[in-house]
Design a protein around this ligand. Structure first.
Ligand SMILES: [Zn+2]
Ligand SMILES: [Zn+2]
Length: 125
């Protein structure tokens, strides 16, 4: 593609990829009004900060689970964002949809309680 005839792009200072300006969130504090990192890099950086998971590790998890929730197998999408599930000691167990993650945290990973809940649902169905 001829660069001269295409729309001007911005090179991300992180991944060095030329992207359309829409890939860069607005940032009023900056003179350019755009962040120097693209959305992909910003998202990866905030995930790393929050979870310690690198983009590679995250991608590997996503591939292992076929892009689906580890419990209900719902495919992840914009409305169903993948949430990182961790054990009580902080080890990453997998990716869950928001509902299943809330469900697990409600039961505090208590297997007995979860089994009891299944039993209850089966008894009362
Ligand atoms: Zn980037
Ligand atoms: Zn789920």
């Amino acid at each position: 593609m001829d660069q001269l005839t295409t729309k001007p792009t911005i090179k991300c200072t992180k991944c060095q990829t030329d992207r359309d300006p829409s890939w860069y969130p607005r940032d009023r504090r900056r003179r350019s009004w755009r962040t120097p990192w693209c959305r992909v890099c910003l998202r990866a950086a905030s995930r790393l900060r929050r979870t310690g998971l690198t983009q590679e590790e995250y991608d590997a998890l996503m591939a292992k689970q076929d892009g689906r929730c580890g419990i209900c197998r719902m495919p992840f999408a914009d409305e169903i964002p993948a949430r990182i599930d961790r054990s009580a000691v902080g080890a990453v167990r997998g990716l869950l949809c928001p509902r299943c993650k809330v469900g697990l945290s409600t039961f505090r990973d208590d297997l007995e309680r979860l089994r009891a809940a299944v039993g209850y649902l089966e008894r009362t169905a």
